[in-house]
Design a binder for this molecule. Sequence first.
Ligand SMILES: [Zn+2]
Length: 204
Amino acid sequence: MPSYKELLKRAKEALPHTEVAKDRFQVPEAKVLHEGSTTVLRNFADICDVINRDSQQVFAYLLRELGTSGTIDERRVLFKGRMPTSQIDERIGSYVEEYVLCSECGRPDTRIIKEDRIAILECDACGARRPLKVVKRATKVEEEGLQEGKVYEVMIQDIGKKGDGIAKKDKYIIYVPGTIKGAIVKVRIEKVVGTIAFGKIARD
Ligand SMILES: [Zn+2]
């Protein structure tokens, strides 16, 4: 009869190694269906759960990479346009590569932390850290139009006769007092009339 100690040792040796654990990390394949000119990613929330990332961030990344707009609909995402499943899988893959997997040890046990406004991917498994590219929040607002009360970053392209800065965004012309040509400013929209909007520099 092996002693208790020996049994314990054998049990420990039989425990899976980290490499086995790594193989177990599997990003779910995108479950996609097309409804007219809309592409539905049915298991979006499941994917975010598995990769353990903020759904808003994943959403913003996918919109940017797919070059479209969309909405989160509970656990699904609706993309505008017909996107092939392979393309969505590919983009999710590149997100995981960039924002989830540790580039040193390859494991997914990472966290995104902020330090001095810089996002850093920190690995719990090996301690490696690397800075992350910032994902700019894509918005569906551009599709819907400017919204009063919201802040947009625009470039002042010209100065009007009355001295107001003029910026263009999609179909809109935005008048912004107190600025100069060429400035990139954050503007809070105060009023929208048709395709003309009036805003003020937003101070934060
Ligand atoms: Zn690592």
